[in-house]
Design a protein around this ligand. Structure first.
Ligand SMILES: [Zn+2]
Length: 183
């Protein structure tokens, strides 16, 4: 089967890292993995751990172009892997096959995500990434709005959140002069 990533190599049956079945391209060194194979292997080897590798230089190609699944012939969907990187992985949604470009497995290991390859493609995982990004955007917005007082305001919010009479504290803060009874 022809490699739809590089268009020149052929995908041949192989073993991913010598562990479970995959198809590998002899030319671009990409791999096509059925998530079912990955999960079955993980079930049989529960003690396995693709520990994070910190000191590896990960070289990645641009992955912005759409990829056709070499098995099903359908367009693959791109999924963000974490909030820390814009990098996305290709999934063939009809057959749950992941395409890993050369270097992408190293990137997953480096991010400590290789053990969770299958989880990346769930709605929950993708929602979490968006939630982290939203919270970072809001943090920047508050930093801009509150300027030098941001840390103090934040610390004070933590105080208010723990007191029992929160609304009274807020009323005190909002009053022009809390030591006068308004007429
Ligand atoms: Zn290839």
């Amino acid at each position: 089967m022809k490699c739809s990533s590089c268009g020149t190599g052929r995908l041949e049956p192989s073993y991913f890292e010598g562990l479970f079945a995959c198809h590998s391209c002899s030319s671009c060194e990409g791999d096509l993995i059925l998530l079912g194979d990955f999960m079955r292997w993980q079930e049989l080897n529960p003690e396995s751990d693709f520990s994070p590798i910190a000191e590896v230089e990960v070289v990645l190609e641009d992955t912005s172009r759409a990829m056709i699944c070499p098995l099903s012939g359908t367009i693959m969907t791109k999924y963000r892997i974490s909030a820390d990187t814009e990098h996305r992985l290709d999934l063939s949604p009809t057959i749950n096959a992941v395409w890993l470009d050369k270097g992408e497995w190293d990137l997953l290991k480096k991010q400590g995500l290789a053990n969770q390859l299958n989880a990346i493609f769930t709605n929950h995982w993708q929602r979490e990434i968006r939630a982290v990004e939203t919270s970072e955007v809001l943090k920047e917005l508050y930093e801009r709005k509150f300027g030098e007082h941001y840390q103090q305001i934040k610390a004070f919010k933590n105080v208010i959140d723990t007191v029992g009479n929160r609304s009274e504290v807020i009323a005190y803060l909002l009053a022009d002069d809390p030591y006068k009874v308004s007429s």
